[in-house]
Design a protein around this ligand. Structure first.
Ligand code: ATP
Length: 617
């Protein structure tokens, strides 16, 4: 099978990326046009640069050899005296170089700006896209690797586009101009020089392919290292508690060493390719010099022509040498581009359907209409759940661990869509509503609420995000008051402006829960989801949290997942789930009368001296 051209073959990621981001490039078209003009000016001036040398050689130093040579193109300067000609040539050297420098400056800066702007837009799009991707993607992806994609891969692309790809493109364009002038100067000699092309091809293709594969491996290893680092730093508490520091350090060091070995191999390959290219360039130059000198001796060419020819040849080899020099980085950028596109080309599983309408203010009637769900095909987690909850009613979801309680409530938030059946709010399938109008109408408090590394005020205010403007300070404090948080927040030295650490580690679990309740309260949502909000709290905090929760859910349709049946007992409806189906349903009194599993569990908890989360687990 024919081998694809190595440059094109090396850049599929960049090519795809360029196609994908063409609209962003088009937005910069004025800058692109100006940079292209500067680039063409630079190329023109580069072509002119060797000519003063030829003038000096053929008209001043060795005029006898130049007589009558058709290709010299110097007849216009026939009547100029040698001293003036020398002066003009010297000035031309400076003039051409100066103008070329100016043109090069403008096109370098121009293209760099275009590259940076486009890739900044790429990074923003990648970030927003990642945020929109469904939980099914995020639960499988490694956060460290994703961070490397957003920061590292895009940064690498940015760097390589500006420092390698664009210069290479400019040089490749120059090559076309140079080849044309060389053919005009001396066609046979040009063909001789070009005849070495296949030799380059054979020698570089295999090496570039190996470099590319190595670069791709290197980028993947870097992603894996970042994933390990992110995982261990994120779980530092558990790692300390289980004394896993050594194990994680060993894994990371192992990955790091592997990456070092791959990097060293890539460097050896790239250095080998560069030296091979240097040698081939020397062979091509020697051949040209040998034949060229013989042509000059035969009078078929002037010495000036030969000097210009050799200068062009050197320029013509620029792109080839650059390609050898940059091939490793370009390959790595290509791999980075593929990793970026891999994320961008994913469509979120849960997204607005065509024709989705903004949801009206909900009354809070929720219905599960024969809902089934599976995270993985063939392994159902929920089966045929059928139930209706009236506005303002409280539902408690109880049952053994893994029975599907959290999964069921995640369907109300459309974190996932059911595999069969429908979830309806106020009589309409929630897939008919635009996501941006559905989720703000549901408040959530989880078992271990995550706080962001910002002030307590902002953490509470995040609950109201999606609203027209940030909530006023009074609203934040009122929400904190409702959540039994105001007193302890006000007692902090910086009050609401206290910055909580990453994951809120400077606050106790109970305090974090109360901030989370305040965050849910400021949302003023008609539907509230509470996923084991009191688990793991001490008695004092537990009652503060329960009291806050009662205020939060007053008048709201509420889903409470709990292992504590004392809390469940207060609900209007209790659903006892087991293995993804509703086994028992009814009020606390009715379920006790039915004397089924719920009743047995309740009696066990009531008789026990301690709480029974563990028993139900
Ligand atoms: P718990 O009381 O322990 O929180 P639960 O009743 O809320 O349990 P779910 O978290 O809904 O149960 O999980 C139901 C089943 O789905 C479990 O078997 C679990 O292993 C599986 N599961 C949960 N999340 C995922 C996921 N992201 N991918 C695949 N399977 C999952």
């Amino acid at each position: 099978m024919a081998q694809p051209p190595s440059l094109r073959d090396s850049l599929p990621g960049l090519g795809r990326l360029l196609r994908r981001f063409w609209p962003y490039v088009r937005r910069e078209r004025r800058l692109v046009t100006a940079s292209l003009v500067a680039l063409y000016a630079e190329i023109g001036l580069r072509l002119l640069e060797p000519w003063p040398l030829k003038v000096v050689l053929d008209r001043i130093l060795a005029p006898s050899t130049a007589h009558g040579h058709a290709g010299s193109g110097l007849h216009l300067l026939r009547d100029v005296d040698p001293a003036t000609l020398l002066m003009l040539s010297a000035l031309a050297v400076i003039g051409f170089a100066g103008l070329r420098a100016l043109a090069a400056y403008y096109n370098t800066v121009g293209f760099a700006l275009v590259g940076n702007r486009v890739l900044t837009a790429v990074r923003s799009e990648l970030y927003s896209h990642l945020q929109r991707l469904s939980l099914s993607f995020h639960t499988r992806a490694k956060s460290g690797d994703l961070i490397v994609r957003v920061i590292g891969d895009v940064g690498f692309l940015q760097d390589v586009t500006v420092t390698a790809f664009l210069p290479l493109l400019a040089n490749a364009l120059t090559l076309v101009g140079i080849a044309a002038v060389m053919l005009w100067l001396n066609a046979p000699l040009t063909l001789l020089a070009l005849a070495t092309g296949p030799l380059f091809w054979v020698c570089t293709t295999r090496l570039s392919r190996r470099i590319r594969d190595t670069a791709r491996r290197q980028r993947q290893q870097e992603g894996a290292m970042a994933a390990t680092a992110a995982e261990s730093i994120g779980a530092v508490k558990v790692i300390h508690a289980l004394s896993l520091e050594g194990s994680f350090a060993r894994v990371f060091t192992g990955q790091s060493r592997k990456n070092l070995a791959t990097g060293a191999y890539a460097t050896r390959l790239a250095a080998g390719l560069e030296r091979t290219v240097d040698l081939l360039i020397a062979v091509a130059t020697a051949l040209t010099l040998w034949f060229g000198a013989r042509l000059v001796l035969r009078g078929a060419m002037t010495p000036g022509d030969l000097v210009v020819f050799l200068a062009y040849l050197r320029n013509a080899f620029h792109p080839v040498r650059d390609f050898a020099k940059y091939t490793g980085r370009l390959a790595k950028a290509s791999a980075a581009g593929e990793r970026v596109l891999d994320v961008l080309d994913r469509t979120p599983d849960v997204r607005d359907l065509p024709g989705a309408v903004p949801a009206p203010a909900f009354r809070g009637a929720v219905r599960f209409d024969r809902v089934s769900f599976a995270y993985e095909p063939g392994r159902p987690v929920l089966e045929e759940i059928d139930c209706e909850i009236l506005p303002g009613h409280h539902v408690a979801l109880v049952g053994p661990s893994g029975s599907g309680k959290s999964t069921l409530v995640s369907l109300i938030l459309r974190l996932y869509d059911p595999t069969a059946g429908r979830v309806l709010i106020d009589g309409r399938d929630i897939r008919d509503y635009a996501l941006a109008s559905l989720r703000p109408q549901i408040s959530v408090v989880l078992q271990d609420s995550l706080l962001f590394a910002t002030t307590i005020r902002d953490n509470i205010a995040y609950g109201a995000s999606g609203g027209p403007s940030p909530p006023p300070a009074e609203a934040v404090e009122a929400a904190a008051g409702l959540a039994n948080a105001h007193a302890f927040v006000a007692a902090l030295p910086q009050g609401y402006d206290t910055v909580v650490g990453e994951r809120g580690v400077t606050l106790s679990h109970g305090q974090r829960q109360r901030i989370a309740i305040a965050r849910a309260a400021i949302r003023r949502a008609p539907i509230v989801v509470l996923d084991e909000p009191t688990t793991g709290l001490d008695k004092e905090n537990e009652w503060a949290v329960i009291e806050a929760l009662e205020r939060l859910v007053a008048g709201c349709t509420t889903f409470l997942i709990t292992h504590d049946l004392r809390l469940a007992a207060r609900a209007d409806l209790i659903l006892y789930l087991d293995a993804g189906t509703v086994r028992e349903r009814g009020t606390h009194a009715a379920l006790l009368r039915a004397n089924g599993r719920y009743a047995a569990l309740y009696r066990m908890q009531a008789d026990a001296p301690v709480r029974y989360d563990a028993v139900t687990a």
